[in-house]
Write a protein that binds this ligand. Structure first.
Ligand SMILES: Nc1ncnc2c1ncn2[C@@H]1O[C@H](COP(=O)(O)OP(=O)(O)O)[C@@H](O)[C@H]1O
Ligand SMILES: [Mg+2]
Length: 307
C-alpha cells in the first residue's frame, strides 16, 4: 500500500546556515494518528512546513499520496489540511466567509452541507456569521481547524493544536481528531504535551536537534521502554536498607519511608518473595501500590539519554 506521506533523506539548512533537519526518513500510513514529539526547536514545524510546501527542502524528497511535493505540488497540497502553530486569520471576514474562501482556494466546488457539518463538529455553527476578530482565542483555533478541513483533505496536520488551549477545548479537539480518524483521515500532530500523544496516537516519532530518534507503535514503545514500580510505604522510617532486601532489588527512599522495586514490564516480579523478605526483616508496611511509567517518563528519559 502506498504511504500517505513518504519522507526520504530530507535535509533542511536555513539561509542562516542553521541545519534544522538531518536526513529524515519517515513513512506515514493511511488512516493513522501519528504524533511527532520533540522539545522546542527540534524541527517539528520545519518538517511540517516542508511537507505542506511552505518551506523549501535543502535535499531529499517528500511524496504525499505518491505525489512529489515539488514537481506535483498542486496534487500533493490538495490532499493536505494544515492547522498551523500560529494563529493566522483574516480578522474581518466572518467564520463562514473564511471557510468558504479556504475551500475555494483549492478549486473545490461549493458544498454548503459539508461546511455546515465541519462547523457543527467544531461547535462553530452558531458563530458562522460572526467576524473572526470578535471571537475568543479558543474559537479562533477552531476556525483554523475548520479552514484546514474546508477542502476535504485526506491528511490533516495539526501543529501544536492545544498549546495554550483550555482543558475543554483540548478535550473537544481530541474528540474531533478521533472522529476524523474514524472517517479515514490520516492525522499527524506535533505536541510537546506528551499526555496528548499518549491519549491519541497510534504511532510516535521522537525528534531532537533535527534528527528522528525513533518511530514506533505507541504500545510497543511504552512496553519496551516503560518500567513498573512496586512501592511499599513503611509504617516507621528505616535508617538503612538491610542487605537481604537490597539483594531482592529493593531501594530505600531518602526519608526512609518507602521501599521501591523497579522492574521491566515484561518480567513479573516475585511479589510474595519480596513481601516475605520484608516481613522477615521485621518491617511493617502501611500501603503497597504499583505504578507504571507514562509516555512522559519515557520521553524525558529518551531526550536526556541522547543529550
Ligand atoms: N526561518 C528560519 N531561519 C533560521 N532558522 C530557523 C527558521 N525557522 C526555524 N529555525 C530554527 O530551526 C529550528 C527548528 O525550528 P522549528 O522547526 O520551529 O522547531 P519546533 O517546531 O520543533 O519547535 C529552531 O532552532 C529554529 O530556531
Ligand atoms: Mg513548532
Amino acid at each position: 500500500m502506498v504511504a500517505a506521506i513518504s519522507v526520504r533523506e530530507l535535509d533542511k539548512t536555513y539561509a542562516s546556515g542553521f541545519t534544522a533537519l538531518k536526513s529524515i526518513q519517515l513513512e506515514i500510513r493511511h488512516g493513522e494518528i501519528f504524533a511527532l514529539l520533540g522539545p522546542n526547536g527540534a524541527g517539528k514545524t520545519t518538517l511540517i512546513s516542508i511537507i505542506c510546501g511552505l518551506v523549501k527542502p535543502s535535499g531529499g524528497q517528500v511524496l504525499v499520496d505518491s505525489h512529489d511535493i515539488i514537481t506535483q505540488y498542486r496534487q500533493a497540497r490538495a490532499a493536505i489540511g494544515l492547522v498551523p502553530q500560529e494563529i493566522t486569520l483574516d480578522s474581518f471576514a466572518t467564520v463562514w466567509q473564511a471557510v468558504s474562501y479556504s475551500r475555494g482556494l483549492f478549486g473545490q466546488p461549493a458544498n454548503p452541507a459539508y461546511l455546515e457539518k465541519v462547523l457543527r463538529n467544531l461547535s462553530l455553527w452558531d458563530k458562522r456569521d460572526k467576524k473572526i476578530v470578535t471571537l475568543s482565542g479558543g474559537m479562533k483555533r477552531r476556525v483554523l481547524i475548520a479552514k484546514a478541513l474546508a477542502h476535504e483533505p485526506r491528511i490533516l496536520f495539526l501543529d501544536e493544536p492545544t498549546a495554550g488551549v483550555d482543558v475543554a477545548l483540548r478535550k473537544d479537539m481530541w474528540e474531533l481528531v478521533r472522529r476524523l480518524r474514524n472517517d479515514g483521515v490520516t492525522i499527524i500532530l506535533t505536541t510537546h504535551y506528551i499526555e496528548e500523544a499518549e491519549e491519541m496516537a497510534d504511532r510516535i516519532g521522537v525528534i531532537r536537534h533535527g534528527e528522528l530518534l525513533l518511530v514506533e507503535e505507541k504500545q510497543t514503545l511504552m512496553h519496551r521502554l516503560g518500567k513498573k514500580q512496586l512501592r511499599l510505604q513503611l509504617a516507621e522510617p528505616l535508617a538503612q536498607l538491610p542487605p537481604a532486601l537490597a539483594s531482592h532489588g529493593l531501594q530505600l527512599s531518602e526519608d526512609g519511608l518507602t521501599l521501591t522495586h523497579t522492574y521491566d514490564k515484561r518480567e513479573a516480579p516475585d511479589v510474595p518473595g519480596l513481601l516475605q523478605a520484608v516481613h522477615e526483616a521485621g518491617l511493617r508496611y502501611q500501603d503497597i501500590h504499583t505504578q507504571q511509567s507514562s509516555l512522559e517518563d519515557i520521553f524525558v528519559h529518551l531526550i536526556q539519554e541522547t543529550a
